[in-house]
Design a protein around this ligand. Structure first.
Ligand SMILES: [Zn+2]
Length: 189
């Protein structure tokens, strides 16, 4: 496949406090997915890659948010679609020095999406998060309904204080890690 010349990025849920907003614990998913999205869009552009923020702020349900996100993504001329999420599990009361970590979801690991997903996991792991790796599913609406290769990044866990501590120190590094994965992909294609 050719180089990645254009990318859409979005925060995966409605805004904080509304219906269909993201998870909230040590990290507020909806607030932070937008922060990471903006940083990634800015950095992609800085590196000569077209980037569009396809975040949706007016969904009436989770399905409606997803429909609107996919419609926005599909309206753009682009090579890949990236969704920014944060994971959630049981609330961990105290830090234990170990993050729960990062993972990236794709429909399958073929071609560009598998390679970029793996690169993103590896780059975010370099920031210090446990690398949970690339995971596949045919059950995520966003991955099924965009017409281009789609990746869903679960940056780290909102429910783990170790993840939150590391995340808060390294927001810029996480955005850089995602963009570096795209740049490194382009270097070898
Ligand atoms: Zn989410």
């Amino acid at each position: 496949m050719a180089k990645i010349k254009a990318v859409t990025v979005h925060g995966g849920h409605n805004p904080s406090g509304r219906i269909a907003c993201g998870a909230s614990d040590y990290i507020d998913e909806s607030r932070e997915d937008r922060i990471i999205t903006k940083k990634v869009v800015r950095l992609l552009k800085k590196n000569g890659i077209k980037a569009y923020d396809c975040t949706v702020n007016n969904g009436t349900s989770q399905r409606d948010v997803l429909k609107k996100i996919c419609a926005k993504c599909n309206s753009k001329v682009r090579d890949i679609d990236i969704s920014i999420h944060f994971n959630a599990s049981d609330h961990q009361r105290v830090p234990d020095g170990k993050t729960t970590g990062t993972e990236v979801w794709v429909r399958d690991t073929s071609a560009v999406k598998g390679e970029v997903a793996r690169r993103i996991c590896n780059q975010i792991a370099k920031v210090g998060f446990k690398n949970r790796g690339v995971k596949t599913t045919s059950d995520l609406w966003f991955l099924n309904k965009t017409k281009k290769p789609a990746l869903l990044i679960e940056v780290c866990f909102v429910s783990d204080p170790d993840d939150a501590i590391l995340y808060k120190k390294h927001k810029d590094d996480i955005a850089k890690a995602i963009v570096q994965a795209v740049i490194n992909y382009n270097r070898v294609h």
